[in-house]
Design a protein around this ligand. Structure first.
Ligand code: TTP
Ligand code: MG
Ligand code: MG
Length: 391
């Protein structure tokens, strides 16, 4: 939120011992929010290396084991990433990339405990904390509880407290809005801190590749490249109605964000109501085989998001968009919460089978899980609306 305060300056002259007001100017003063995005480095793997000294300095993979069917990588230590191992990759493939990697199953209780502790550290500085997953959160420190004033100093202190108290490292992004802060936290990982100040935001957005924009997946990025949009600067050259014409509602978001405007507030009470993954295909799907294949891939994405957020859902929903843009959903609910890859993909396929799938061409498939019950962590927050200028 960029607000316009009006400051009135009086220029005075001393003339014959009288103060005479000779000029009055109204000067706009723009004030900015101070947003920090904190994200733990190689989170699950770092906790495992901390708690098991024998894993330190080694390529470590946390997730499903390579010998298990459908086992996927939740995360990999930075040592393992050198071999090309990444989150959501099948564990079998990870083993091929690095045959001497160590594989361990996740210990969610340990990660939840660390998550609780980092949130306690954040809460020393502000109540405006919006957790995005166990290992990351947005903080609005426009007005911090300790009156430190500098968002960069606060980010540094938080990183130091996490190091001293939890023997773990985090990376921080500091900027004037959520979008830029989140991208910034990734720039100097691990153990990084990146500040993108008010005057640098627009230039930063201009150099950003379109893939990095919120909501731009593989298909949209390809579509953008086809019409000559590669970076923020290209998006900035497009008129707002043109962007809306090409990309729908999100076109307006692109228009604003390339100008450094993201007014989304840090929302302390936001709960995850559903987790979804979907894919729009480059070509419409016509055979059951293709559709089932795609559902298997989408199921892995949803499954990963469940793991990441440590959630289990009781309802599985299948979304289908046909080539004529008509959309339908089908869902199934279970009595016990589900967080199992096979159940997710099999249920999605069963739901698909109920829709006479081969009668129409399909352009998009999606799977979501909902009905989570109690959220894992609740935070209380007080809305602060004041604004300060210094970072
Ligand atoms: P991330 O913050 O995305 O990744 P990370 O902390 O492992 O590594 P980075 O240093 O790049 O931030 O995710 C946090 C945790 O969530 C991660 O440690 C494991 C889990 N996770 C999954 O289970 N599946 C996934 O696909 C991803 C991306 C993360
Ligand atoms: Mg992380
Ligand atoms: Mg994260």
């Amino acid at each position: 939120m960029v607000t316009l305060h009006q400051k009135v300056f009086f220029k005075t002259l001393i003339l014959n011992e009288y103060y005479i007001c000779i000029q009055m100017q109204i000067v706009p003063v723009i004030t900015y929010r101070k947003i920090i995005h904190i994200d733990m480095d190689a989170f699950y793997a770092s906790v495992e290396q901390r708690d098991n000294p024998e894993y330190r300095g080694k390529p470590l993979v946390v997730g499903g084991l390579p010998q298990e069917r459908g086992g996927v990588v939740a995360t990999a230590s930075y040592e393992a990433r050198k071999f090309g191992i990444r989150s959501a990759m099948p564990s079998k493939q990870a083993l091929k990339l690095c045959p001497h990697a160590l594989f361990v199953r996740p210990r969610f209780d340990a990660y939840k405990e660390v998550s609780r502790k980092i949130r306690e550290i954040f809460s020393r500085y502000t109540d405006l904390i919006e957790p995005l997953s166990l290992d990351e959160a947005y903080l609005d420190v426009t007005q911090d509880k300790l009156h430190i004033g500098s968002a960069i100093d606060i980010a540094q202190q938080i990183k130091q407290a996490i190091k001293d108290e939890l023997q773990l490292t985090a990376s921080a992004g500091v900027s004037i809005n959520k979008f830029v802060a989140k991208i910034a936290s990734d720039i100097n990982k691990p153990d990084g801190l990146k500040f993108i100040g008010p005057s640098a935001v627009e230039a930063f957005m201009e150099t950003l590749p379109v893939e990095k924009f919120h909501g731009v997946g593989k298909v949209t990025a390809e579509k953008m490249r086809k019409i000559g949009l590669f970076t923020g600067a290209d998006l900035k050259n497009m008129a707002e109605d043109e962007l809306i014409k090409h990309f729908g509602k999100v076109g307006r978001f692109y228009y604003q964000i390339v100008r450094g405007i993201d007014e989304r507030e840090v929302q302390p009470h936001r709960e995850t109501k559903s987790l979804a993954a979907e894919d729009t295909f480059a070509y419409d799907l016509t055979t059951l085989g293709e559709m089932e294949n795609e559902l298997d891939k989408i199921a892995v994405l949803v499954y990963n998001r469940l793991l990441k957020n440590n959630l289990k859902g009781r309802t599985i929903t299948l979304k289908i968009k046909y080539s004529d843009f008509k959309q339908i959903t089908r869902n199934k609910s279970f009595t016990a919460p589900v967080a199992n890859l096979e159940t997710i993909s099999n249920t999605a396929k069963q739901l698909l089978a109920t829709t006479s799938p081969e009668d129409k061409k399909i352009r998009l498939l999606g799977i979501s899980l909902s009905n989570f019950g109690e959220p894992e962590v609740k935070l209380k927050g007080v809305k602060v609306t004041g604004q300060l200028k210094l970072f």
